[in-house]
Design a protein around this ligand. Structure first.
Ligand code: 5GP
Length: 170
């Protein structure tokens, strides 16, 4: 498998810092709970929260999407639920990538039922040509083409998550 560098580690770090400072302004005086979507967002999330100087809680949810290759629809299941109570809290979902948008739609709807005061979404990557969502993504690291990428938390068959940059696979 060949990897071609797509987004450098420096570009990622600069963008993550920018998003962090925007979040510091937007969530001032809020009850911030960061929800890291496992596995892919672990690296983005851990770098992002280092740039957030507000008091916050962090929790993790693990989702799995089983995509049927013949249909574009996918079934998503919860592999690990949240541990904290998010009612009356201001939620920041941290995702690795929005592709079709099915996962983020599913998660937003799931969290809405738990009565938070607000929900915002941060994603490192967004395949804007592919996604089909009827809400805005509040913080996007990079809008990318419809290509399969790995690195910085994103895997192919559980590998490449440790790479500092984002790579295209061919
Ligand atoms: P969606 O539900 O938006 O179609 O897909 C979201 C999930 O699909 C992501 O959280 C990620 O796990 C996976 N995914 C989508 N596109 C890519 C990609 O280009 N590379 C990798 N490694 N995973 C992807």
């Amino acid at each position: 498998m060949k990897l071609k560098r797509y987004i450098s580690s420096t570009a990622i770090q600069n963008r993550v810092a920018q998003i962090g400072s925007k979040i510091n302004k937007d969530f001032k005086n809020k009850n911030l709970v960061v929800i890291c979507v496992l596995n892919g967002a672990f690296m983005f999330c851990s770098d992002l929260i280092k740039h957030i100087s507000l008091e916050l809680e962090i929790d993790f949810i693990k989702l799995s999407s089983y995509k049927n290759s013949k249909k574009s629809s996918g079934k998503i299941s919860i592999l690990q639920e949240l541990n904290c109570d998010i009612s009356r809290k201001d939620i920041l979902i941290v995702e690795d990538i929005v592709d079709t948008g099915l996962t983020i739609k599913f998660l937003r709807n799931l969290l809405k039922k738990k009565n938070p005061d607000s929900i915002k979404v941060a994603t490192l990557l967004h395949k804007t040509d592919v996604s089909n969502i009827d809400f805005k993504i509040d913080y996007t690291g990079f809008e990318i083409e419809n290509k399969f990428v790995v690195g910085y938390g994103l895997d192919y068959a559980q590998k490449y998550r440790n790479l500092k940059g984002i790579y295209l696979m061919s």
